[in-house]
Design a protein around this ligand. Structure first.
Ligand SMILES: [Zn+2]
Length: 431
């Protein structure tokens, strides 16, 4: 009897042996379906443990068929997939997690241990693969924390059928999912009688998003989808106010004890629902008029819909979720403890510790007459430079522009560096 279905043996693969090969043929290694690996991510500020929950086969693959290796260097984690027979790297993607975000909170610093449910989605392999998940250390180097062999023929892989009564709606379709960035809208806190409102909220935010650069110029590179998610109650939980709501996706204010931070920790519910649509990214619209939202790179963007600043929040949070942009602001109630160490270059494309023109990661966008670091003077209000104050720190961290949607809700446009970072991700999913 063949007992070894998923070998959890820690096979330490030496990544350096397999980096740097040429392009990978999708058809040789993969089928156009998704392998979803669900896991529990547990630890403290310094401890990082991943343990397997379940593996699913999902019917749709929305990602690229050509851009299989991630060269963006974005994200707190990196999933890599190796062909088991040859050790060739055949797929990789960076991503962020609620766990890594939580690790920056005071709760984690007290050596308290928590668990978050997470997923990685990879194209469905034709033959056994080795899946390796790595997290960045304090120096931002990737360290392996989990590895397992997966046999795609295993009967332990759960085969999901599209859910009864739910269907994906094409809000706007510009081509096959493999050559488009597929953006999926979900709703939380909408009852059955709020369905019309959900549809009009989606339409409203689609028009707002695609009124802004670079989205408006790249609209043809997107497909837009929605799944109507019916909640038992309207609105979402506001624990600090003693308000609790039974909603389908479990979104809540006061995430990590920050009043305006809205997250859902119910990853399994969200992934199950999303599995019926093609998606490269998810926006969760929350049926509330209170100000709030949250965004995690390659997990989701969340925003309430009926506050006067909601249009800003939707686009700002999608900046985090789609492109891994960092917060450029530094004066706020956000009280992360040393979110960015000041001696390590952040991986976020729009934040730096660098004050040297030659080393600046957006140096090609800086005019040679613009001083580095750049003083906050009216003459530089539209310039790309290196302005002190970013990433929750007034000193030691720099941002590319005085104004940007990632800096302030008074800004109505992304800076050039953020625009380019968003375009690079659109390229990664639309080729
Ligand atoms: Zn920016």
């Amino acid at each position: 009897m063949k007992k070894v279905i998923f070998s959890l043996t820690l096979v330490l693969l030496c990544a350096s042996l397999v980096w740097g090969q040429g392009s990978v043929s999708f058809a040789q290694y993969f089928e156009e379906k998704t392998l979803r690996i669900d896991f529990y991510h547990t630890g403290t500020k310094t401890e990082d443990i991943i343990s397997l929950d379940a593996i699913y086969e999902e019917p749709i693959w929305a990602g690229s068929l050509t851009e299989l290796i991630d060269t963006t260097n974005l994200g707190e984690h990196l999933v890599r997939v190796f062909d088991l027979a040859t050790n060739q790297l055949i797929y990789s993607r960076g991503f962020c997690s609620l766990f890594a975000e939580w690790q920056t909170t005071d709760e984690a610093a007290r050596d308290f241990r928590r668990t978050f449910h997470e997923s990685v989605l990879i194209p469905y392999p034709r033959a056994p693969v080795q899946v390796v998940i790595a997290s960045r250390d304090r120096e931002n180097l990737f360290r392996e924390v989990f590895t397992m062999a997966v046999d795609p023929a295993s009967y332990h892989i759960k085969r999901i059928q599209p859910q009864q009564g739910r269907k994906a709606t094409a809000v706007e379709q510009n081509g096959p999912p493999s050559v488009k960035y597929d953006l999926l809208f979900l709703g939380d806190g909408y009852r059955a009688e709020d369905s019309e409102k959900f549809r009009s909220d989606v339409a409203r935010y689609v028009e707002h998003l695609f009124s802004l650069s670079p989205y408006k110029e790249r609209r043809q590179d997107f497909n837009l989808w929605s799944v109507e998610v019916i909640s038992a109650e309207s609105g979402i939980s506001q624990p600090r106010q003693g308000v609790y709501r039974d909603t389908a996706l479990g979104c809540s204010f006061n995430a990590f004890d920050l009043p305006r931070y809205v997250l859902t920790l119910d990853n399994r519910a969200m992934r199950d629902i999303a599995s019926i649509a093609p998606y490269d990214g998810i926006i969760i619209l929350v049926n509330s008029e209170r100000y709030g939202g949250g965004g995690i790179y390659r997990l989701y963007a969340i925003s309430t819909v009926d506050h006067a600043d909601s249009p800003h929040v939707v686009v700002h949070e999608l900046g985090h979720a789609l492109a891994g942009l960092g917060d450029e602001y530094y004066q706020s109630e956000v009280s992360y403890s040393e979110f960015y160490p000041l001696d390590v270059e952040p991986w976020e494309p729009n934040i730096t510790i660098c004050q040297e023109r030659k080393m600046l990661k957006w140096r090609d966008l800086v005019d040679r007459l613009t001083p580095i670091p750049t003083p906050e003077k009216q003459e530089f209000v539209d310039a790309v430079g290196c302005f002190e104050g970013a990433g929750y720190s007034a000193k030691g961290l720099f941002r590319p522009a005085m104004r940007c949607i990632m800096f302030s809700k008074k800004s109505t446009a992304f800076c050039q560096v953020c625009q380019r970072a968003i375009e690079r991700i659109i390229d990664l999913y639309s080729k």
